[in-house]
Design a protein around this ligand. Structure first.
Ligand code: HEC
Ligand code: HEC
Length: 362
């Protein structure tokens, strides 16, 4: 190489040095959170995810992943979605009641976010549509995901302030442009990105799937195999915990939160939304995938172990005037209780795992 060419290259490099620095910063940022093709649904969940008809977009998922873990979406910049929905606990958390900005106490337990991409529709003619939250008050994932941002007991940041704050972060602009065509930050765009990130948290290929449908005779212990039959028949669990995600997406009263002394529910649940007396104390049936990874249980986190959950059903639920007629004493033996617990443990799968990105747009 001649000296003259070398000098020319040097001048060119110096001219672009500022740009090059910025380029390498954004290259690091993107390498830390790359656009990934949306993974196929894990074994056992293919039909469930496909039936929802909503396909996640890879650029939206990447943007949504930053937003999900970004504490700047809360009033005091300390709380992100992942503060409560922790990846290591199947996007739930090991505390009974969620704590938000400034230690504000919510009134319910943080539910898992896995397998919200699809839902089980048992009777298409009588399909109530998708419903989110323990009481089903949000009817789409897009509507749901931005509600915690403004909730005083969660992130406590009004949507207008959230939009202004994100618009002030230049590092986010290229990714809003890439995803939506322009750099404008809107609540609907934030919702769309967060919803697509949540949609891709799908758990399947559990020992249950491999044993029941994959022909792997050793995937399920004998105890779990007996538990599977108890779940479907004698235990009556599958009446409500139906379909590939073990929820029919409807609302039932199993008596959780009933105060026998005051004859009242601490939380009336679905009734506050539907205004139907029969929904008194009724809550959405939680899916049971990865349930062993996310105690404590129920909408108020009042039951610490799976064994205690099964014992509760064995007694027929907690008596109260609105108890679901589907419940009643089951007469399960000690071994049968163990078998049901072993079955519930066989529902821990894979495909939804994640961790927080280490770098965020600045
Ligand atoms: C302070 C803890 C906390 C934070 C922060 C939080 N959530 Fe939640 N999340 C909850 C609780 C508690 C519920 C259940 C509330 C209810 O049912 O009334 C919930 C419910 C949900 C649901 C409904 C799940 C279902 O099965 O219906 C989704 C989806 C969700 N959150 C997504 C998010 C997203 C996205 C963020 C960030 C923008 C977020 N959450 C921030 C605690 C939190
Ligand atoms: C009448 C419908 C119904 C039947 C039958 C039923 N469940 Fe449930 N299950 C629910 C509802 C509703 C909840 C949430 C209740 C609440 O939080 O108030 C729930 C909660 C659970 C939970 C806690 C999950 C979590 O994320 O907190 C487990 C575990 C569970 N059920 C297992 C079972 C088993 C095992 C059986 C059979 C022995 C069974 N269920 C029978 C409706 C039912």
């Amino acid at each position: 190489m001649t000296t003259r060419i070398r000098a020319a290259i040097l001048v060119a490099c110096l001219a672009t040095l500022a740009g090059a620095c910025a380029d390498s910063a954004s290259a690091r940022l993107e390498a830390d959170n790359p656009i990934r093709p949306v993974a196929a649904a894990p074994f056992g969940m293919e039909g469930f995810v496909a039936s929802a008809g909503a396909t996640a977009d890879p650029a939206r998922v990447r943007l949504g992943r930053w937003l999900f873990y970004d504490t700047r979406l809360s009033a005091d910049r300390t709380v992100s979605c992942a503060t409560c929905h922790r990846p290591d606990y199947a996007f739930s958390e090991p505390t009974p009641i969620a704590i938000g900005v400034g230690g504000a106490r919510g009134k319910r337990r943080t539910p898992s976010l896995i397998n919200l991409a699809g839902r089980t529709v048992l009777t298409p003619a009588d399909d109530p549509g998708p419903m989110f939250f323990w009481d089903g008050r949000a009817t789409s994932l897009e509507a749901q995901v931005v509600m915690p941002i403004a909730d005083r007991a969660e992130m406590a940041l009004d949507h207008a302030d959230m939009v202004a704050r994100l618009a002030d972060i230049p590092g986010y602009r290229p990714y809003f442009t890439q995803t939506f065509g322009t750099a404008d930050v809107t609540t609907a765009r934030v919702a769309s990105a967060l919803a697509d990130y949540v949609r891709t948290r799908v758990s399947g290929n559990a020992p249950f799937d491999r044993g029941a449908y994959g022909g792997d005779g050793r995937a399920l212990s004998l105890s779990a195999q007996r538990g599977r039959d108890l779940f479907a028949f004698k235990g009556r669990c599958a009446l409500c915990h139906a379909g590939p995600n073990f929820s029919d997406g409807r609302f039932y009263n199993v008596g959780i939160g009933w105060n026998a002394a005051t004859q009242q529910f601490a939380d009336v649940g679905r009734m506050a939304v539907s205004h139907l007396p029969r929904d008194h104390g009724a809550f959405k049936v939680p899916g049971l995938r990865d349930v062993a990874r996310r105690p404590p249980y129920m909408h108020d986190g009042s039951i610490p172990t799976l064994r205690e959950v099964v014992n509760l059903y064995n007694r027929g639920g907690i008596p109260n005037p609105w108890l679901s007629q589907r419940l009643g004493p089951l007469g399960l033996s000690e071994t049968e209780v163990n078998d049901l617990v072993a079955f519930l443990q066989s529902l821990s799968g894979e495909g939804y795992e994640d961790r927080a990105p280490t770098l965020f747009p600045k």
